[in-house]
Design a binder for this molecule. Sequence first.
Ligand code: AP5
Length: 212
Amino acid sequence: MNLVLLGAPGAGKGTQAEVISNRLSIPIISTGAILREAVAAGTPLGVQAKTCMDAGELVPDELIISIIKQRLTAEDCSHGFILDGVPRNVSQADALKEMGVAVDAVIDIDVPDADIIARLSGRRVCGKCSAPYHLINKPPVVEGVCDVCGAPLVARADDSEATVSERLRVYHKNTEPLIDYYQKQGKLFVVDGSQSIQETTRLVFAVIEALS
Ligand code: AP5
C-alpha cells in the first residue's frame, strides 16, 4: 500500500508514520528527515536546503523531486511506502503522478493551529534515527534518550515559535490545496488528529483497514 500522510507541521505525521511502518512493514519516506540528515552531513543538498528549512520555507521542488525519484527505486519500496511530508504542494503532487507513483490513499491528520505550537514546543527527536518524542505526550522511557537506538534526544532547530508560525503560514498557502486536489481524486481520508496519539492511531488504522 502506498500512503501519503498530509497535515500541518506537528500534526503527528511522523508519529503515525512510525506506527504504520512497524505494523505494515513498509518504509517511511520523510523528505524532512532526509533533508535534516543532509544538513547534518554538510552535503551540497544539505547546504542548499538549510537556509529554507531554518526560515520555515519550502525547499525548491526540483531538489525534493530528485530525492524522491532516487529513494523510490530502493528495493524496500517495492511492497509499498509511506510518504511523510511530501508532496507539499500541487506541483510536487503532479510530479509524483508524472513519475508514475500510484498513491492509494492520502490520510490528512487534521489538527487546529492552536494545538500545533504547544505540541512543537515540547517535541524532542532522536538526533540519530529521528524517532519523535514529546516531553509530556510521548516521553522516552529514559529521560533524554531514544527508546529505539539509545542516542540523545534533541529539540529541532525549526521548532522555535517564530519558525513554527512561518511553517504554518506556508502550510496553509501551499500544502492545504492538496486536500482539495486529492479529494477530487477520491483518495482523501481525514482523521481528527487533535485526539491522543493512541486514539489518532486507531482512527488512522480504521482508514487503512477499510482500504485493505
Ligand atoms: P518536516 O520534517 O516534514 O516537518 P513538518 O511537515 O513541518 O512536520 P513535522 O515533522 O514538524 O511534524 P509531524 O506532523 O511529523 O509531527 P510529529 O509526529 O513529529 O519538514 C521540515 C522542513 O523541511 C520544512 O519546513 C521544509 O523546509 C523542508 N521540507 C520537507 N519536506 C519538504 C517538501 N516535500 N518540499 C519542500 N520542503 C520540504 O509530532 C509533533 C509533536 O507532537 C511530537 O512531539 C509528538 O510526540 C507530538 N504528538 C504527535 N501526535 C500527537 C497527538 N495526537 N497528541 C499529542 N501530541 C502529539
